[in-house]
Design a protein around this ligand. Structure first.
Ligand SMILES: NC(=O)c1ccc[n+]([C@@H]2O[C@H](COP(=O)([O-])OP(=O)(O)OC[C@H]3O[C@@H](n4cnc5c(N)ncnc54)[C@H](OP(=O)(O)O)[C@@H]3O)[C@@H](O)[C@H]2O)c1
Length: 320
C-alpha cells in the first residue's frame, strides 16, 4: 500500500523529514509527559517485599550485593548467586543481608553461562522458599575490546551477559507467573550509547534490551519487566584493577576518574525503589537519559563527544 511512497527517494525523504518535524513539534509535550511521569512515580504505591522471594545473580560484589542489602532491609527472602571463585564474598554477603533484615538467605555458587547450573539454582530457590517473586539478572562482565585482539576470546561476554540472563529467565517464568512477579534486567546505557572499545559488551547489553523488550509483550501484565540502563557506577567493574576479566584491554586509569560516575549505594537503592514501584525502565544517573536522547537525535554530536573521550590506553597496553 505504501510501496509507491517508499520506493521513491524523494517522497521517502519528505516523509522522513516530516516525522522529524513532528518530533520537534511534539517535543515540549513529550518533555512535559516525562516530567509528569517522574512526579507520578513518586506517589505510586510501593510493593511490600516482606516475605517475598528475590533471586539475584552476580551478588558477590557491586550492584548485586547492594541490591541484596536493599531487598534485605525490606524483609525479603533472598537467593544470591555468584560463580565459585576463591575470592568470592558470597557467604559474607549472605551474612550481612541476614543482619540487615532478610529472614533467610540461600547462597548458591553457579556459573550463569551454563544452562544446567541456571536450571539448578532456580529449582533450588523454589524448592527452598516455595515461591519466586523477583528475578534480578545482574551477573555480568565487561572487558574492553580492540580490533587487535582475537574476537573469539570474547565469546564469554555474550555467554554470561546475554545467555546468562536468558537461561534463568526461561526456568523462572512458570514460577513468576504464579506470583505475578517481576524480572529486573541489568542492561546498560552502553547498549544505547555504544561507548568506544565496548564493542562486545555494548552488543551483549543491546541484545538484552531487545530480547526483554520483546518478551514484555508476551508476559505482561502478569510478569512486569524492568530494564536498567545505568551509566558509570562506582563498583569494581569500572576500575583498572578489574578491567580485563582475563580477556580485554587493561585500563591504565579507573573509568570513574575519566567519566562522571554515580555511587553504587544510591544507585542500588534507586533501582530497588523503582522496581518496587513498578518502573518499566530505570536510568541512573538520570542525566544518562538526556545523553541517550542526544545520541538518537544528533548522532554526529554523540560521535564527537565520545571520540574525544576514548579511554587513553593505547594498543601497546593490551593484556592478551
Ligand atoms: N558498574 C557500572 O558502571 C555498570 C554500568 C552499567 C551496567 N552495569 C552492569 O551491572 C552488573 C553488575 O556489575 P557491577 O558493576 O556490580 O560489577 P561487579 O562488582 O563486577 O559485579 C559483577 C557480578 O557478576 C558476577 N559474575 C560474573 N560472571 C559470572 C558468572 N559467569 N556467573 C555468575 N556470576 C558471575 C560476579 O561474581 P565474581 O566477582 O565472584 O566473579 C559479580 O558478583 C553487570 O551486569 C554490569 O554490566 C554496571
Amino acid at each position: 500500500m505504501y510501496e509507491a511512497l517508499f520506493n521513491n527517494k524523494f517522497t521517502d525523504a519528505i516523509f522522513f523529514y516530516f516525522c522529524i518535524l513532528l518530533l520537534f513539534i511534539f517535543s515540549p509535550f513529550l518533555f512535559t509527559w516525562e516530567l509528569i511521569t517522574t512526579l507520578r512515580s513518586c506517589f505510586r504505591p510501593t510493593e511490600n517485599m516482606a516475605g517475598k522471594v528475590v533471586l539475584i545473580t552476580g551478588a558477590s560484589s557491586g550492584l548485586g550485593e547492594l541490591m541484596a542489602y536493599e531487598y534485605a532491609k525490606r524483609g525479603a527472602y533472598l537467593a544470591i548467586i555468584a560463580i565459585k571463585e576463591a575470592h568470592s564474598r558470597l557467604e559474607e554477603v549472605a551474612e550481612r543481608a541476614r543482619e540487615l533484615g532478610s529472614p533467610d538467605v540461600l547462597f548458591l555458587f553457579a556459573d550463569v553461562s551454563k544452562v544446567d547450573e541456571c536450571r539448578t539454582f532456580v529449582d533450588d530457590t523454589v524448592t527452598h522458599f516455595g515461591r519466586l517473586d523477583h528475578l534480578v539478572l545482574n551477573a555480568g562482565i565487561g572487558p574492553l575490546y580492540s580490533i587487535d585482539i582475537d574476537a573469539t576470546k570474547f565469546a564469554p561476554v555474550m555467554d554470561i551477559n546475554f545467555w546468562g540472563s536468558v537461561y534463568p529467565t526461561q526456568f523462572a517464568i512458570p514460577h513468576l507467573k504464579k506470583t505475578k512477579g517481576k524480572i529486573v534486567v541489568n542492561a546498560s546505557s552502553a547498549a544505547l550509547l555504544n561507548l568506544p572499545k565496548g564493542g562486545f559488551y555494548n552488543a551483549s547489553k543491546a541484545a538484552l534490551i531487545s530480547f526483554y523488550d520483546s518478551l514484555r509483550f508476551e508476559v505482561s501484565p502478569t510478569i512486569k519487566i524492568t530494564i536498567l540502563t545505568l551509566g558509570f557506577i562506582q563498583t569494581n567493574f569500572i576500575t583498572a584493577k578489574y578491567s580485563t576479566d582475563g580477556i580485554g584491554i587493561r585500563l591504565k586509569n579507573d573509568m570513574g576518574d575519566m567519566y562522571p560516575s554515580m555511587g553504587a549505594e544510591p544507585c542500588a537503592k534507586a533501582i530497588v525503589d523503582g522496581v518496587c514501584k513498578g518502573a518499566t525502565s530505570i536510568a541512573e544517573p538520570r542525566f544518562i537519559k538526556a545523553l541517550i536522547l542526544v545520541k538518537f537525535l544528533f548522532p554526529q554530536l554523540h560521535h564527537i563527544i565520545f571520540n574525544v573521550s576514548v579511554p587513553s590506553d593505547s594498543p601497546s597496553s593490551l593484556e592478551s
